[in-house]
Design a protein around this ligand. Sequence first.
Ligand SMILES: Nc1ncnc2c1ncn2[C@@H]1O[C@H](COP(=O)(O)OP(=O)(O)OP(=O)(O)O)[C@@H](O)[C@H]1O
Ligand SMILES: [Mg+2]
Length: 249
Amino acid sequence: MTEPVLAARGLTKSFGALRACDEVSVDLRPGEIHAIIGPNGAGKSTLIAQICGALAPDSGTVHFLGRDVTRETTRTRARMGLGRTFQISALAMQDTVLQNVLLGALGRAGRPWQFLRPVLRDSTLRDRAEAALARTGLTEMAATRTADLSHGQRRQLEVAVALTLEPRAFVMDEPMAGLGAEGSKRLTGFLDELRAEAPILLVEHDMDAVFALADRISVLVYGRVIATGTVEEIRGDREVQIAYLGETP
Ligand SMILES: Nc1ncnc2c1ncn2[C@@H]1O[C@H](COP(=O)(O)OP(=O)(O)OP(=O)(O)O)[C@@H](O)[C@H]1O
Ligand SMILES: [Mg+2]
């Protein structure tokens, strides 16, 4: 079997008495979309935060590109090529679309934001930023203030920011949230293309998107993975239907 690009093993994280993640193991293989689904409060974002380095696990490990990154910072992981989008937007609202994308590209170049001026003249970074905007259909909006974008455009911008890192893997926390049917459909098509570039670990409540995209699905309930399988396997799993898909026993 191919080596996973990203592998979480036995991740455990408690907040006081609450075990938000309990021995969670998930991995991401080349070329795949692996969806993580589960009810509100199941621990999905807590899992993502540990994988990206925003939260230190109590125990367990994270390997990325064959390297143990459990103790590495988010910045180091980003520079290694772990591209991420957030459940709650992390965009700088007062900055323009292009500035936000450049900020993303800087994550890789490792220079702080206050050196933006020389960076704006750095043609490699600018090219990378402009390519990311073109791919997400935001070229026309480059000079627009991020606060003036629609919700859907902001979601696209988050993907553009992640793209500037030229990621080896994507980790996305509810990218479809609040997009509406049309926006979700468009983003679904885009993620489908993106998987050829880098595999995607996708936390998502939009089941149409999940069933359309996922090669594998893991179901998280009360901090534990209760099932991992293909779309067909998960749809046919009684325990999953009861715990998450809202069916009565
Ligand atoms: N920093 C924190 N301090 C205390 N409790 C927290 C913290 N972060 C998360 N929790 C709790 O941990 C549990 C898991 O939260 P998490 O945000 O990971 O769930 P989720 O699956 O992402 O939910 P949603 O689908 O609503 O985004 C919840 O009960 C939440 O209240
Ligand atoms: Mg969440």
